[in-house]
Design a protein around this ligand. Structure first.
Ligand code: AMP
Ligand code: MG
Length: 332
């Protein structure tokens, strides 16, 4: 157990897990590890605890939370499913897929921002699964960061952002995927669509259900666009530094860099031009790049860079998800 001001970081010993499960049952907030990013968890059936999530994050109450579960009984107790949603759950759970489904009355309105649907996910992180089993409750958990800033992928990131506002963080090591889940609107079985790209791609989803799944792209995804997915803001996941996007930094023209500008390559370049060069992966590895993206943006902020020239991911399985986050980071 590491100690410091505010939040304590707990290792996943059986004793700590039992203690944190009790805290959650009693209405406390806990920073929790998942395979996507770290979450800020509360009992999803407790409206008072869930209201605190919004306060602690500075998240507008119009932005609904994802509810995390650990078995199928919990799914049917909080949402109404359909055969296609069951097929998707069967194939991708536990894992980085969130399903939007009609909600049941036990889920408080604060969790769903007054929508009649709820976002549900069964995470695969073994420590998070043990915590979910131990507390026996569905847990509402958005990413454990101050609203709008880069999502956390380590327990230390959670402590840096929220350490003064929460008491407990469960350490589960660095997040294996590193980007938030794929969100799928599964309310209508004949019109399945992706609302947020993630590690599970539309191509995979199409193969699973035997019908075309496409990504829903609102023209102007803003706070006021609350028709489909209220929280999908154009600007999100932003570091303090200004992010400028480039198709190809090796052949692009970034010109002469000032000491406050950094280059963030997708893959380690053959010729490293200067000390301000950083990269997301060693050798065009998309999963590695996804895992490193948020940590790199945080680290460049910490080093005091004011401008980040970021290279978009080339075509590949994680490209849509990585480029979605980069575009939002750049949308100042
Ligand atoms: P986060 O927990 O920060 O990764 O964000 C969760 C996102 O899920 C929200 O910002 C919404 O865009 C989306 N979401 C959650 N609940 C719903 C819902 N009932 N309908 C549509 N989108 C939702
Ligand atoms: Mg978030």
């Amino acid at each position: 157990m590491k100690q410091g001001s505010g939040a304590r970081i707990f290792r996943s010993t059986p004793r700590n897990l039992a203690m944190l499960a009790r805290k959650l049952q009693n209405g406390a907030l806990v920073g929790v590890p998942t395979e996507t990013v770290y979450g800020l968890a509360a009992n999803a059936l407790d409206s008072v605890a869930c209201r605190r999530i919004f306060r602690v994050k500075g998240r507008p109450s119009t932005d609904p939370l994802i509810v995390h579960i650990h078995n199928h009984d919990q799914l049917t107790s909080i949402a109404t499913t359909n055969p296609v949603a069951e097929l998707l759950a069967n194939q991708y759970w536990p894992g980085p897929l969130t399903l939007i489904l009609p909600k049941k009355p036990c889920i408080p309105d604060i969790v769903t921002a007054d929508l009649d649907s709820v976002a549900v996910r069964m995470p695969s992180h073994p420590i998070m699964r043990r915590l979910l089993r131990e507390c026996g409750l569905p847990l509402a958990a958005p990413s454990a960061n101050i609203f709008g800033y880069v999502s956390p992928t380590t327990a230390d990131h959670v402590k840096t952002g929220l350490g003064r506002k929460i008491g407990y963080i469960l350490d589960g090591g660095p997040a294996q995927i590193g980007l938030e889940s794929t969100i799928v609107d599964a309310r209508n079985p004949s019109k399945i669509r992706v609302l947020r790209p993630g590690a599970v791609t539309p191509e995979q989803l199409s193969r699973t259900i035997g019908a075309l799944v496409i990504e829903y792209r609102p023209k102007r995804a803003q706070v006021s666009d609350n028709q489909v997915s209220p929280g999908l803001l154009k600007q999100h996941y932003s570091p303090k530094a200004q992010v400028l996007l480039h198709k190809d930094l090796n052949h692009g023209h970034v010109g002469k860099l000032s000491p406050k500008e950094a280059c963030l390559y997708f893959s380690k370049p053959k010729f490293i031009r200067n000390k301000q060069s950083y990269w997301l992966c060693q050798n065009n590895n998309q999963a590695e790049a996804a895992r490193n993206l948020f940590g790199q943006l945080r680290s460049l902020d910490k080093q005091g860079f004011k401008v980040i020239h970021a290279e978009l991911a080339p075509a590949g399985p994680m490209a849509a998800a990585i480029n979605d986050r980069l575009r939002r980071a750049a949308a100042h």
